[in-house]
Structures are given as C-alpha cells and as structure tokens.
Design a protein around this ligand. Sequence first.
Ligand code: PGA
Length: 256
Amino acid sequence: MKVIIAKNYAEMSKAAADIIRDLVNSKPNTVLGLATGSTPIGMYKQLIEYYREKSVDFSQVATFNLDEYLGLPGTHPQSYRYFMDNNFFNHINIKKHNTHVPSGIAQDIEAECLSYDKAIAEEGGIDLQVLGIGNNGHIGFNEPSDTLHVNTHVTRLKQDTIMANSRFFNSIEEVPTSAVTMGIGGIMKARQILLLASGPAKAEIISKLVNGKINTHIPASLIQVHPNVTVIIDEEAASLLLKKTNQIDCPLSWAE
Ligand code: PGA
C-alpha cells in the first residue's frame, strides 16, 4: 500500500486526477470504479479541466459506481446517479450508456445486484476503483459489521452514516436508511485501488486504515491486502500517521 501525503485538498485532487488521466491515456477503454461524496469532487473537476484542454478522452471509458440509495430515482438531486451526471459525466465526452450506477428503484433489487456484478465482469473487470472513506471506515456502503458481503447487495446504513449524509438533505428523516452497494469482493477485484481522504475529521480513521491490521469493523482496512493500492490524503487527514514523510510504503500486514 502506497500512501501519498498531499499538501491540501487541491493537491490531493490533482494527484488522483493525474493517475486516472495517465491510465485512460494508456488504456482508452479503461473501466473505472467511481465514488460519490465530497472527497472526489475536486478530482472530477480536475478531470473535466483535463478533458477541456484535450489531455484526456473519455469516449471509450466505462464506469461503475460503488453505490446508490435505495428508493431514490436517478432524477432525485441526492441520488448518486444525479451526483455523477452533474459533477462529472455531463461535462466530459463519456457515452452515457457506458456509465453505470446501481438502480435504487429496481423492481427486483436482488436481480439488480446480480446483474450489476455480471455487467462489471462482462466489461472485463474494473481497472481502477476510486474510494472515499467514511468516518466509521466504510467503503462504498459496506458498513462496519462482524461480517462483510462479497458481492453487490442491499444494506442498512449505520446511524453515523445517516447523520454524516444528512448534511445533503433538508432533514435527517429524508436520508434513505438503506442502499445498494458493491461488496468488498467487488472492490477487491479491481486491478488498482485509489483511496482518497481529506480534512481533520478523517485523521483518526486514516491512522486505523494503515496500521497493518484487518478488522471487519473497519471495512476499509481490508484493502491493505490488495496488491495495488494508492492512498492519497492531505496533510490534515494524515496528521495522526506516525511516519510523516511524503510517501510511505506500508508493507502488507502478513509480510511484516
Ligand atoms: P465524503 O464521504 O467524501 O463525503 O467524506 C466519504 C464516504 O462516506 O465514503
């Protein structure tokens, strides 16, 4: 696991966008796994800028998002489909039919979960998965639990996640209590993982993420065993890390 400490949010966003731009330039039909939330917005803005200055072309790229609220149609301003269209897809030359976000309103939600994983496999798998991290250690909506799911599934949101996400809704009662999310297996199958975190509120969970131990109550900790992970964090999110250098190579926990 490589940890890169960027000076601030802007530098974190640029470092992440550069990795994606370089990947798409080397493989035009890259399959990206994408995330919503406040953290990747700067990265999407930077990628839009790269697209406008013609240094990247998304015409052959396919994307799969991590998750969607259960019960929200893609036209709902707080749905993740709406977020992705407005923050990224509408501003680049990606083909809309190549962008995938799980449906939160499918009649048969179990079938939707199965077909989402099948579509990823049929596309050749995810080349690079972008992740944010919840204050409670969730990735996607894989919430802390004694057991974690491998495949895409429906999950109940933890109260701290509902609280954190209520900032986007008029009231906490409006926040959906369930979601469809890719499972830990889906995330771990990506050939490369890029986890981003910014700000002082993420410092504690980041120090737990890179501590060389795996715990299903910190779902993000599982990515430590993935062979190709880059964590890009700003100085505030890195403030509790012991070794404060520009780049830390964390050995896999079982190799220590
Ligand atoms: P955030 O959310 O980027 O808005 O902090 C991250 C997450 O909950 O995964």
